[in-house]
Design a protein around this ligand. Structure first.
Ligand code: PLP
Length: 386
């Protein structure tokens, strides 16, 4: 069979491959400590499930508008206003099959051959692949651990060419847990406006913040940047709803309408009764979010301190999301070997940094219980010492 050339341009997800191997080992009865999870380990809060069940009982089981239920788009616009000081109407919102499809859809609507998309590394592994699937060119800018893996305004400025169309910004970040300060966000926004490019702000982890970290939504700074911003987000990480597949994008009207067109010929609407769960997630108390963040916070400190106590391993302190991005360069190993050997010899699963564009690092997720974290770190220490 001759497959389309675009298939060969993209890699298969390395994250999913290691997770699958760890799962298979678990199924065989092997005691695996897994730090590979890219999702919260909590069940979806009950009141959200109840709202979806009610919607099912009420017959909300049919096709809806491709862009999403009006009630949900309204609730999202309200949320963006109240939480993020972003000025959007319901007509600026599209409900998508997870945050992932809002980004995919955006690339399809915006990017064509010759267009460059600036992506700081380490990056969420799907960004460059989505750009390539839209026939664009990913321009990867490497960031430094010393700078908490943040792109500097100078680096952004230097990466911009006449072909630059879009900058991909993700704070809090997967895989590093880095959170840009409000001043750092303002400095990037200034360059985006001056050089007249667009920015997609992936804010899926905005609620998962620690200590005094603050999230500033880049589009809220002024009207010039808002006109050049696309917000991408969803319910997966904040409300532990990964399997529900409800995300959204907010964008200037012309772009939103283009994305609506693409969605109408691809996924159509997100599962109707799942959208009613999302409405409940926005319109009821956010206490459940804070409870999850508190659990993550306790694990974060434990794991950050334990990893930095292991000779040859180090990582910056994360201020958001639920990941530690650990520098393994002093072990003399590259990330794929490190992770394979760690899984085989100590039954500890983590994600090789090469998947995120950095081969000297490994991502450890702390979306798992404290006992697993303690046991896994004991094994990790033994592994590095050997
Ligand atoms: C999880 C994640 C998403 C989107 O996930 P969905 O399940 O599709 O909503 C987007 N960006 C980053 C960085 C993520 O980690």
């Amino acid at each position: 069979m001759k497959l389309a050339a675009r298939v060969n341009q993209v890699s298969t997800s390395l994250t999913l491959a290691i997770s699958a191997k760890a799962k298979a080992m678990k199924a065989e009865g092997i005691d695996v400590c897994s730090f590979s999870a890219g999702e919260p380990d909590f069940p979806t809060p009950k009141h959200i499930c109840e709202a979806a069940k009610t919607a099912l009982d009420e017959g909300k089981t049919r096709y809806g508008a491709a862009v999403g239920e009006l009630k949900l788009r309204q609730a999202i616009a309200n949320k963006l206003k109240t939480d993020n000081n972003l000025n959007y109407q319901a007509e600026n919102i599209i409900v998508t099959n997870g945050g992932k499809f809002s980004l995919f859809n955006l690339m399809q609507a915006l990017i064509e051959p010759g267009d460059e998309v600036i992506i700081p590394a380490p990056y969420w592994l799907s960004y460059p692949e989505m750009v390539k699937l839209a026939s664009g060119t990913p321009v990867i800018v490497n960031t430094l651990a010393e700078n908490d893996y943040k792109i500097t305004p100078e680096q952004l400025e230097q990466a911009i060419t006449p072909n630059s169309k879009l900058f991909v910004f993700n704070s809090p970040s997967n895989p590093t847990g880095t959170v840009y300060s409000p001043d750092e966000v303002r400095a990037l926004a200034k360059i985006i406006v001056e050089r007249d490019i667009l920015v997609v702000s992936d804010e899926i982890y905005e609620k998962i913040l620690y200590d005094d970290a603050q999230h500033l939504s880049i589009g809220s700074i002024n009207d010039e940047i808002l006109a050049r911003t696309i917000v991408s987000s969803g319910f997966a990480k904040s409300h532990s709803m990964t399997g529900w597949r409800v995300g959204y994008a907010a964008a200037p009207l012309e772009l939103l309408q283009a994305m609506a067109k693409i969605q109408s010929h691809s996924t159509s609407n997100v599962c109707t009764f799942a959208q009613y769960g999302a409405i409940a997630a926005l319109e009821s108390s956010q206490e459940c979010v804070q409870e999850m963040v508190q659990a993550f916070a306790q694990r974060r400190i434990y794991m950050y301190e334990a990893i930095n106590a292991i000779p040859k391993l180090s990582c910056p302190k994360p201020y958001g999301a639920f990941y530690l991005f650990v520098d393994i360069s002093q072990t003399g190993k590259k990330s794929l070997d490190f992770c394979n050997e760690l899984l085989e010899s100590k039954q500890v699963a983590a994600i090789p940094g090469i998947a995120f564009g950095m081969d000297d690092c490994v991502r450890f997720s702390y979306a798992t219980d404290l006992n697993t974290i303690k046991e896994g770190l004991k094994r990790l220490t033994e592994f590095v010492e050997q």
